[in-house]
Design a binder for this molecule. Structure first.
Ligand code: X8Z
Ligand code: ZN
Length: 563
């Protein structure tokens, strides 16, 4: 049933239309009915004494369902229809950028850069109707605050159309979670970490407290630099930062600001995107390069079917889900990625990220189906990222992209680039699920979705919208994982974990042993097998960035930090 479902969902995600939505919804409904039935069976043994591995399997029979439906007739169908509609709406809706802040010539120039980056197609379609993946690229590239505000506002506004579906989905899924013995869906999500769910929430807060000082320093410095670039009106020095000025639709990673943030005389680090373009890389070559990196760590090559069945670039003739993902369709060797890869720094990292999922999936494919998973979901997200941390200038020299590694005087610039990506992400990685936990628990009701969302965005990220947001909106829905129902704390954990992994990656065999374990043991066992420690710990990331922290503290001395 899982394999059939994976194939149906794959077809839908790579060819969205009325019929594949219909098929996907129908398939999802029947899979939900089946898994809910099994999960309820498993729940009957909640208080029975059983062997440890049987207990793990019984648990996973419940936890494997991200959004459960209750057994009420029709509930699974309604839930599946709503979820499919949310997913497809997110990926296929467009926003119209004409008639606003852009002059026709400015708009044409911006779209040309997005749709014809190499600048060699005179017939480039310059229609002002912009799809989801293009809005992301625009947010990275534009530097005019009025233009940024326009794209940002239209993309956030459009998510309001998904609000009613989302609210109804929450109701149904909560009923399903309660049937299985959880207070709500949030508690179900927090239960997958080999500790009581309330301890897990506290654990994430503990990790955040470890890294927050670093974020605060970065925030302070970035705000000061943006103030220099955009002035006091757009970036007042005592306010949260305007969310649309950070080079990313959700202000979740700020790597695109590399050009704005200069460090020392060396200037910024290495512009990998520019090197890829100059080196004549195409998306396929980016993925091949990723594969050879994993080969150099001792992993077997990807199967031939990976290359014939993956979606590496966006097909021109149909709607697809562009948000990147990695799949194992048969729980053996039918591994694939699905991306709309562009030749850019960001996508080069994402390629490694997705391949990490595939290699992990293959490493644990001999485990029983219920153990075919990451030690926890943060591990799954951390594997590829850890590998991508090794895309150093030295490596770029090795593969011929760079002539010579930059002098040590540029180390801080490189570290800054990493921080703009990795450190900037942390509060966002934490708050997406803080928001959903509150939505599922009923603390944030649909009429307060935007209030609740922006309270968290300001509290944790120190950002604010460019203009007040409509109270009835659903800005959280602008982020793929919300309508897509993908839990998000995993990415926060992955940022913390990848630096612990990175510190011990010389031990290639141990790395593989950890991956082969899958979810067969509690995650502290897996972590210990690889790194020797049984605790997730923010000290590795803090240590990695220590030289930058020192520099930031000096730079920020005398500045007013905070918001
Ligand atoms: O969703 C992803 C991956 C797919 S598992 C591309 N990421 C998060 C995001 O894009 O928001 C990776 C980084 C965080
Ligand atoms: Zn991922």
């Amino acid at each position: 049933a899982y394999e059939e479902s994976a194939r149906v969902q794959w077809v839908n995600a790579t060819y969205i239309n009325h019929d594949t939505d219909w098929l996907a919804a129908r398939n999802a409904a029947s899979l939900t009915r089946l898994t809910v039935e099994l999960a309820n069976e498993a729940a009957r043994y909640d208080d029975v004494d059983v062997a440890e591995d049987v207990r793990r399997k019984l648990n996973f029979m419940k936890l494997i369902i991200t959004v459960p439906a209750p057994r009420t007739p029709g509930a699974a169908d309604e839930l599946a229809e709503i979820s499919t509609r949310l997913g497809s709406t997110y990926s296929t809706r467009r926003i119209d950028l004409s008639g606003g802040a852009f002059s026709p010539a400015e708009l044409a120039a911006a779209l040309k850069r997005v749709r014809d980056p190499a600048g060699n197609n005179p017939d480039t379609d310059l229609s002002p109707s912009v799809r989801q993946n293009e809005t992301e690229i625009l947010m990275r590239q534009l530097r005019n605050p009025a233009h940024l505000e326009e794209v940002w506002t239209k993309w956030n506004d459009y998510a309001a159309g998904m609000k009613n579906d989302y609210a109804r989905m929450v109701e149904i899924a909560n009923e399903g979670a309660r049937e299985l013995g959880y207070a709500d869906v949030g508690e179900l999500w927090r239960s997958g970490y080999d500790m009581p769910p309330q301890d897990f929430a506290a654990e994430t807060d503990r990790l955040w407290a470890q890294v927050k000082p670093l974020y605060d320093q970065l925030h302070c410095h970035v705000r000061a630099e943006l103030n220099e670039k955009y002035g006091d009106d757009a970036v007042p020095l005592d306010q949260p930062i305007r969310a649309d000025l950070l080079g990313n639709m959700w202000a979740q990673s700020w790597g695109a600001l590399g050009d704005v943030m200069t460090v020392g005389e060396g200037g910024g680090g290495v512009d990998v995107g520019a090197l890829l373009v100059a080196g004549g890389y195409d998306p396929l070559k980016m993925v091949k390069t990723g594969e050879s990196f994993f080969s150099s760590l001792g992993f077997e090559k990807l199967p031939a079917t990976f290359w014939t069945r993956s979606q590496i670039t966006k097909p021109l003739d149909r709607e697809v889900v562009c948000h990147a993902s990695a799949w194992s369709l048969d729980f053996r060797d039918d591994l694939r990625i699905k991306m709309c890869t562009t030749v850019s720094d960001e996508d080069f990292t994402t390629v490694h990220h997705e391949l990490g999922h595939n290699y992990y999936q293959r490493a644990y494919n001999k485990q029983p189906l219920l153990f075919q998973n990451g030690a926890n979901d943060g591990f799954h997200e951390a594997i590829g990222d850890m590998v991508a941390l090794s895309i150093t200038p030295e490596y770029l020299v090795q593969i011929g992209l760079l002539d010579a590694a930059p002098p040590a005087s540029q180390d801080l610039g490189l570290l800054m680039n990493q921080a703009l990506d990795k450190i900037a992400f942390l509060p966002f990685g934490l708050l997406v699920d803080k928001f959903r936990w509150q939505v599922f628990s009923g603390e944030i009701t649909p009429d307060r979705y935007n209030d609740g969302w922006w309270a968290l965005r300001t509290q944790y990220q120190g950002i604010r919208p460019p203009a007040p947001r409509p109270a009835g909106g659903f800005d959280a829905g602008s982020k793929y994982h919300v309508p897509g129902n993908v839990p998000y704390t995993r990415y926060f954990l992955a940022r913390i974990l990848q630096f612990s992994f990175y510190g011990s990656k010389e031990v290639g065999e141990k790395f593989n042993a950890m991956m082969e374990m899958g979810a067969s043991r509690p995650w502290p066992d897996a972590l210990e097998a690889f790194t020797g420690s049984r605790q997730m710990d923010g000290s590795a990331i803090v240590e990695y960035f220590a030289p930058l922290m020192e520099w930031l503290e000096k730079e920020n001395a005398g500045r007013q930090c905070g918001w």
